[in-house]
Ligand binder design. Structure first.
Ligand code: HPA
Length: 239
């Protein structure tokens, strides 16, 4: 079984998938958290690894950046490889003064002005929820692991906000000020999961903030990411 973008055989992709944006993060997760892992896709260097976490088969599939890239990989994983559960594990900017650098956010739903749903299946929506039962599992696991999780809505933007000419105007487009974070992929994942009746949600570590200009060290960054990775992996076990 091959798609235009994934060369794995059917049996090489697990029904449980974690999706970081960065292919090298997929490699990092496989090398540091999985047993008996193998590289199962490298088309366009979009690395997918499949291995075992505490005996459970898991695939780590990179999504690339932005809605179109996530849209392609999530579509193909769900429709050609029968994937049933996807947790995006990404990074985001803070959209709220109360959300600090290094916080880990669980997205309960995403707002977007993207044209993706309209073009894909003529649907006009700008908000889509993530999967409630997966979110409940992650929330319970975060308590078991003593990880402070910020739970709420997020925004998926088609532009990298830090490159906007006028940040105030950019932000004024998003009227729900309770949103916690802002990234560029979750909406596509949630939309496809709902359309094809599988479970998906997103965890995000905060790496940029308008409210806090501190640089975080690579050690701190790694620690924050590791916490999110363990939370996602442990939540998949929690069946
Ligand atoms: N904005 C959008 N996407 C992001 C950001 C950000 O600040 N940080 C990581 N992904």
């Amino acid at each position: 079984m091959k798609t235009p973008h994934i060369e794995s055989e059917d049996y090489e992709i697990a029904p449980l998938v974690l999706m970081p944006g960065d292919p090298l993060r997929a490699k990092y997760i496989a090398e540091n958290f999985l047993d008996d892992y193998r590289l199962v896709n490298d088309v366009r260097n979009m690395y997918f690894y499949t291995g075992y976490y505490k005996g459970v088969k898991v695939t780590i599939a990179s999504s690339g950046m932005g809605i179109p890239s996530m849209g392609i990989y999530a579509y193909e994983l769900i429709n050609y490889y029968n994937v049933k559960k996807i947790i995006r594990i990404g990074t985001c900017g803070s959209f709220n003064e109360n959300i600090k650098l290094q916080d880990v956010i669980l997205s309960t739903g995403s707002y977007s002005y993207t044209y993706f749903p309209k073009l894909l299946d003529n649907t006009d929506i700008n908000y889509i929820e993530s999967n409630k039962s997966l979110n409940d599992k992650i929330t319970k696991t975060s308590k078991d692991l003593n990880i402070d999780l910020k739970i709420g809505k997020t925004i998926t933007s088609d532009v990298f906000d830090l490159y906007c000419d006028d940040m105030a105007t950019f932000r004024s487009n998003f009227t729900d000020k309770s949103c916690l974070g802002l990234e560029m992929e979750a909406f596509a994942l949630f939309f496809l999961a709902k359309k094809f009746n599988v479970e998906a949600t997103a965890l995000m570590t905060v790496v940029d903030s308008l409210f806090d200009k501190r640089e975080i060290s690579s050690d701190e960054r790694e620690k924050g990411l590791n916490e999110m990775i363990v939370l996602a992996l442990e939540s998949l076990l929690n069946e």
